[in-house]
Design a binder for this molecule. Structure first.
Ligand code: HEC
Ligand code: HEC
Length: 455
């Protein structure tokens, strides 16, 4: 009898689950435009260090290539699972009175936070992030599909708090199936000529996808001359490699596959096609087996889904004054005062532009443009997760974060091509510690923190 009752209870609970309104899923219109808070640029003139971050944008506009199909329109991820519970600390207070934000996305894109602690409250007040369930009931869930060997693709992670909507790719629309496949390929040594290295060999999960070494040997033994950069938030970049010579994530993925892993793409694609599970995964993602073209497309899709955000700084900007220590808040103010934000512009902490700070004697951007004026310029590295990416600079020549900050605060290394935005300034050690505490508060949640299971 007791058993029967228990059974009845289970049945009832199951029934209740099925008929209860489901949490939102695939509601791309709402989540996809989860724009950064509409941030008032307050106090733009207060920084003695010069123009506001926004003011320097046009300076680099000339370097943008036309062949970038991804820049045209702001839009949304095609689909993603809503993941209200994924934010470990829950939504910040500013989310409470949420409103749909799709209409505001365009205007929000321009507004950037300035390092002004006093404006945090106003920023928070303006923050509009969607939270509640939709008013109307969802259709009943579809019956589970029988798919024995093929596990469902990981759902696309939502763009984390603090980042704007991801620019879409027309040429290679992002799907969960492609990103999931790219995640696997990135960690698979079978992509290399001799099975010795994967992409992840130089881009480690625990180092914000950098290698931890100044420079790394490629498959075959040749040495890289530049430091392996982070793979986080690359979906927001327009050009790739330190000198920006690659116009798309697909192009740089193919180049890395051949250059770093020594691959003959056609031969390796054929070999992957002999792995039954890969064959199925490629079929599901692209409707065809692995090819020279779709391997880089899968890798590029993984990068578009690989984000870092919701850092203590993002929470602070969204209105949680306690998310940053007093020291880190002092560092954030200094970051504005010393002019760092002119190039390391929030919310990405890069302007995606190129600057000469005088480190090393590599021609840098000049390699890509052949323009003498680009001598020694490098793409401004994002400072998100920077505390995890030592050693620093394009040549990995600076081993710790304090030294890197010091070099930048002192106005870089004097040379004939030094960027005009850099000024010689004196910083005391208290200021260096504050800047470091602030930069540490840019460590965020990484959407793919672990290596996947390989086919
Ligand atoms: C042997 C080390 C190594 C391996 C293996 C490696 N990379 Fe890299 N990666 C680098 C280095 C070094 C750079 C910077 C090169 C430059 O700027 O000239 C880089 C840069 C990149 C960039 C550009 C990032 C930016 O900010 O512009 C992407 C994307 C990338 N790699 C993807 C991959 C992929 C995909 C694979 C596997 C197919 C891979 N890497 C394998 C060392 C490596
Ligand atoms: C003129 C633009 C500009 C300004 C202003 C600027 N930076 Fe940078 N920063 C760069 C560029 C470009 C690099 C990479 C240079 C290279 O690798 O040769 C860089 C590199 C760094 C790095 C190393 C990051 C890495 O991943 O290797 C740190 C840390 C850093 N900057 C902090 C700061 C701080 C702190 C300030 C303010 C005191 C500042 N920067 C001001 C352009 C700038």
């Amino acid at each position: 009898m007791r058993r029967l009752l228990a059974l009845a209870a289970v049945v009832l609970t199951l029934h209740a689950c099925r008929t209860a309104p489901q949490p939102v899923s695939d509601d791309d219109a709402r989540l996809g435009t989860e724009a950064p808070a509409s941030l008032e640029v307050v106090d733009a003139g207060a920084s003695p260090a010069g123009p506001s971050p926004a003011a320097i944008q046009p300076r680099d506009a000339g370097f943008a290539t036309d062949d970038d199909e991804e820049e045209e329109r702001p839009a949304t991820l095609p689909s993603r699972a809503v993941d209200a519970g994924s934010t470990p600390s829950g939504p910040p207070p500013a989310d409470a009175g949420s409103t749909p934000i799709s209409k505001d996305a365009g205007t929000n894109a321009e507004a950037l936070p300035t390092p002004d602690a006093g404006s945090a409250g106003r920023m928070a007040a303006a923050a509009t992030v969607d939270a509640g369930p939709p008013p109307e009931a969802e259709p009943p869930p579809a019956p589970p599909k029988p798919k024995p060997e093929l596990a469902d693709a990981l759902p696309l992670p939502p763009v984390p708090k603090g980042l704007p909507p991801l620019p879409p790719s027309q040429a290679n629309p992002l799907t969960a199936e492609k990103a999931d496949l790219g995640h696997k390929l990135f960690f698979d040594k079978r992509l290399s000529k001799d099975g010795s290295q994967a992409c992840a060999t130089c881009h480690h999960t625990d180092k914000a996808y950098t290698s931890g070494r100044a420079v790394d040997p490629k498959v075959g033994g040749a040495q890289n001359k530049r430091n392996a950069p982070s793979m986080l938030n690359l979906g927001f970049h327009r050009e790739f490699y330190w000198d920006g010579r690659m116009p798309s994530l697909e192009a740089v993925s193919l180049a890395a596959w051949k250059g770093q892993l020594g691959a003959d793409p056609a031969a390796i694609a054929k070999m992957l096609g002999d792995v039954p599970l890969y064959r199925k995964l490629f079929q599901r993602a692209f409707g065809e087996g692995p090819t020279e073209q779709n391997v880089p497309k899968a890798l590029a899709s993984f990068f578009r889904a690989l984000t870092s955000g919701n850092s203590p700084w993002d929470k602070f900007i969204a209105g949680d004054a306690k998310a940053l220590s007093a020291q880190a808040q002092a560092g954030w103010r200094l970051f504005g005062k010393l002019g760092c934000a002119q190039c390391h512009t929030p919310p990405h902490f890069t302007d995606f532009g190129y600057h000469n700070v005088g480190v090393g004697d590599d021609p840098g951007r000049k390699d890509a443009t052949k323009d003498e004026l680009d001598t020694g310029k490098f793409k401004t590295p994002s400072l998100r997760n920077v505390a995890l990416t030592a050693p620093y600079f394009h040549d990995g020549s600076v081993t710790n974060l304090t030294e890197a900050i010091k070099l930048m605060a002192q106005g870089g290394v004097p040379n004939p091509h030094l960027d005009g935005l850099l000024k010689k300034q004196t910083v005391v050690s208290k200021d260096l510690s504050a800047l470091k505490a602030f930069l540490e508060a840019l460590n965020g949640d990484v959407s793919y923190p672990d290596a996947p299971e390989l086919p």
